[in-house]
Every structure is written in C-alpha cells, then in structure tokens.
Design a binder for this molecule. Sequence first.
Ligand code: MF3
Ligand code: CO
Length: 278
Amino acid sequence: MKELVTLKSASEIATMRRAGAVVAEMLARCSAAVRPGITTGELDAIGAAVIREHGATSSFLGYYGYPATICTSVNDEIVHGIPGRRKLHEGDIVGIDVGAIVDGWHADAAVTVPVGKVKPEAARLIRVTEEALRRGIAAARPGNRLGDIGTAVQAFAEQNGYSVVRNYVGHGIGRAMHEPPQVPNYGTGGQGRPISVGLCIAIEPMLNAGGAETRVESDGWTVRTADGSLSAHFEHTLAVTDAGPVVLTAAAAAAAERPAPARKPARPAARRAAAARR
Ligand code: MF3
Ligand code: CO
C-alpha cells in the first residue's frame, strides 16, 4: 500500500465514474437476480458477465488470490464471502460486494438485499445500514475530517441498537482498490485527516445486530460475526468536490455516464407554445 494519500484530478475522477457505472450495473443486475433457490455462484456469473460486456476488469478476482469476481456474504457473514454452490433461501439476507477497473481506475460498492420475504428485524438492519452509509457520505465534505464520517455512521448505528464492525474499514481508492487513508466507520467528530477536494474514498459500514467481534472462516476469506448475529454491509465509492461528495457508484451516476441522447425540443411545451400562437 502506498503511504501517501493522492488527490484525484477531475479527469481521473471522470474515469473512476466510468468504473463506478460498471459497478452500479453489476449491483443492479445481481440484486435483481436474488431470489430463493439461486446460488451465490450464479450471482458471481452475472457480475462477471457485466464486467465482460463493458470490457472492464474485476477489482477482486485474483486480489491476494481471491477466487471470484464478487463477494456474497449471507446472514451472519459480514464481508468477503466467496460465491459458490450455496443456495439462497427465503428469509436470508445477502451482501453483494463488487469492484471494477476501467482504464486502470477502480470503483467499489456493495449492497445488502433480502431474499424473498425477510423478518422485520432483518429488514430494519438493512435499512439502518444503508442510512448509516448515506450519513457517512453526507459528512464527506471539504473542511470536515475523516472522524466526522466515522462518527456519523457510528452514532446512527448505535442509536438504532447495532454495533459497528471495527476490524474492517473503508479506504482510499483510485489506481488501487485499497489506498490510504483508512476510513473507519467509527470515530470522533473533528478528528483525523482533513477531507480535501480530490479525495476519493470507499465508505463501507458493516453493522451487526449483536456484538462487533469478527471471525475469519477456514477458507481464509469469509468474515462472520463471532456471536452468529446478522450483519449488513453497504458501500459506495465517492469523490470529494468543491460542491461536496459525489457518489461515483450510484445507479444515477451510471445513467448520467451514458452518452447523452440527441437533444430534442421539449415536445409538449413546444406544442403548447405553438397552440398559443395560433
Ligand atoms: N469491498 C471490499 C473491500 O474493500 C472488497 C474486497 S474483496 C477482495 O475490502 F476479495 F477483493 F478482497
Ligand atoms: Co471496499
């Protein structure tokens, strides 16, 4: 890992946004396929197909020997679950974490989705984790410090009775998937490195229904809650701009990145205007 935090130029961020568009599409297509009976390996194949269609590269496949394109983490699995023959069942929740490289630049994002109908408590954990991410992103403004992100995530998680995983954190991202700085999901407001324009980070809260302690499975990758409680994970890659944080992996960012359609006059308004002239 490089020691120094690099700030990205507008054109570098534009390339990361293209990677973010691929990531957003991977998440959309994998999430849409989640249903009772599908295997996590089938979700991995969908992610790999999206990567291929865009001529992109997976950030994960081969990373320290990681054997798949995406990570799928079910129920008490927190992160880094390896897709395979495991079937998803009604009532499960599954974290889907994906990363893509376009022209040498990375984007990384994750969602947690219900499999069919889930218990209210599982649905609430998912909602709170997504909102914790949203609050963390909102704190990623120039003039704030990294601790402002951490405290925003942690306060909301703990207010809702959940614990924040501390053994895994968010990260800088750019030419490498994991760059400095580390971006913890806990902290103290006003502390830590200043958030400057050009900083690109992945914020990725992992919230547990029980305790924060983690265990790594014998496969060397899968991280689960030590107490077997449910865990949820959401992640976005964002760039800090003068105007505030810009999410590079949002579905909307993906749409904005498609070539703009040829401009047509706004038909109904034009017709109304023509009618008025008559
Ligand atoms: N979003 C995860 C992270 O930042 C993805 C890494 S999975 C790995 O840690 F397989 F590539 F390690
Ligand atoms: Co990440």
